[in-house]
Design a binder for this molecule. Structure first.
Ligand code: ZN
Length: 281
């Protein structure tokens, strides 16, 4: 999205409108892939009053809210559903460069809601069939009254700085060649800062200090919230955790390996390091 483009206003909501007026924006997923029309390097969503107009029969759907007054819905298709003519299914990462940023954010919300709904059809306490509530994003078991809300798995991501160098690592899960800052899931009983110290130590053998909050980003793969931090090197030599990390090192801004794209909080942390370095010089 270009910077000059106006940021639209999304108002999340759970309660659907009493009637559909005009066409709505549909975030339609088959598995973890979103249905879009890709033309001239731009992806667009389905805009329709009802998915039946395109011959699609979703197994579940949710009202998500309104984007500049237009109703937005998520819908889940049965496995192996064929895309309507001219349309294709894509993972959200493939759409980072193709879909407008505010639509990507809502697509992430849709993916998380669909994942939660799909994996919480039955009560984990008694096996009863969970029933959706109408006034809030929740499901309740009619047998034992257990209530379930969409789960979020918090994670930290941290830029560790040592003088004019940044700690970057290549995890096995990264695309080939890509290096990024350190990230990991928060464990029960930890503060976010505890998690920053533990993850950096476990993955790279390095101690950190002066941990500063940076910002956060929903991370719908499938249900994380990335909380970003800047931290300073406090000691230790790099010793990688080989099960997760392939390589790690200290990099100057003018000799970075391939790094994540601009839309990610990982890249925003790296860009902040670069901006602070150039300001200090
Ligand atoms: Zn139950």
């Amino acid at each position: 999205m270009s910077n000059s483009e106006r940021k639209r206003s999304f108002v999340p909501s759970v309660i659907p409108p009493s009637e559909r007026c005009g066409s709505a924006s549909w975030f339609v997923f088959c598995g973890n892939k979103l249905l879009v029309l890709v033309k001239d390097g731009t992806a667009s969503l389905i805009n329709a009053r009802d998915l039946g107009e395109l011959g699609l029969k979703p197994i579940r759907q949710h009202f998500l809210g309104t984007l500049d007054g237009r109703h937005c819905y998520s819908a889940e298709l049965a496995e192996n559903t064929k895309a309507p003519d001219g349309m294709t299914f894509h993972g959200l990462r493939e759409l980072w460069a193709l879909l407008e940023e505010d639509l990507l954010t809502i697509a992430g919300l849709a993916r998380q809601i669909i994942h939660w709904d799909r994996t919480n059809q039955f009560c984990s306490r008694c096996g009863g069939h969970m029933e959706p509530e109408t006034e809030r994003r929740a499901k309740t078991c009619p047998l034992c009254q257990r209530t379930n809300f969409p789960r979020l798995s918090p994670a930290i991501i941290v830029a560790v700085v040592k003088a004019n160098k940044l700690l970057l690592a290549r995890a096995h899960r990264h695309p080939p060649g890509l290096y990024s800052v350190i990230a990991g899931f928060v464990e029960p009983g930890e503060t976010l800062e505890d998690c920053v110290r533990r993850e950096v130590k476990e993955e790279t053998g390095v101690d950190v200090k002066e941990i500063r909050y940076f910002g956060s980003q929903p991370w719908p793969f499938p249900d994380s919230l990335m909380t970003g931090f800047m931290a300073k090197y406090a000691g230790g030599e790099i010793a990688i955790e080989k099960n997760e990390i392939e390589d790690a090192g200290w990099f100057k801004a003018d000799s970075f390996p391939p790094i994540p794209p601009k839309i990610t909080i990982a890249r925003q942390l790296i860009d902040r390091f670069v901006a602070e370095r150039s300001r200090d010089q």
